[in-house]
Design a protein around this ligand. Structure first.
Ligand code: FES
Length: 133
């Protein structure tokens, strides 16, 4: 990790973050910020679970499981759901919203790629989606 400016952190080279992988900027924004490559889209989340403060970004990434009827499951959106290692709450990597209660969300940060380097912008938390109801 290289600091490129007071409010920006260069995390890694884009070539070192292929789809399905993640890279952490330890200590960024206090708890650390992790960039996930979700099918070619980059999403940066604060490593702090909004439930009870667990290390959210160190959790397992997997699909969304839906039950169609008792005993039957379907899996969709592979690689888009992050599960907190503390109490297994699940979060949408693309929005930060908790699946259990979409009023809760993980803090997200804008990510850019400049000169092949993945950079997070800490001064501008990402609030592109509507506020909770
Ligand atoms: S601290 Fe993350 S689910 Fe409880």
């Amino acid at each position: 990790m290289t600091r490129a400016g007071q409010r920006e952190v260069v995390v890694c080279a884009l070539a070192d973050l292929p789809p399905g992988e993640r890279r952490e900027a330890e200590g960024a924004a206090g708890h650390g910020v992790t960039v996930f490559n979700v099918g070619g889209e980059l999403h940066a989340l604060l490593n702090h679970c909004p439930h009870r403060g667990g290390p959210l970004c160190r959790g397992r990434v997997g699909p969304l499981a839906r039950s169609t009827r008792v005993g039957f499951w379907t899996f969709e959106r592979e690689g888009e759901i992050l599960r907190c290692p503390y109490h297994n709450w699940e979060f949408d990597l693309k929005t930060g919203r908790a699946l259990y209660d979409d009023r809760l969300r993980a803090r997200r940060y804008p990510v850019t790629v400049r000169g092949g380097q993945v950079t997070i912008h800490l001064s501008r938390p990402n609030r592109r989606f509507p506020a909770p109801k």
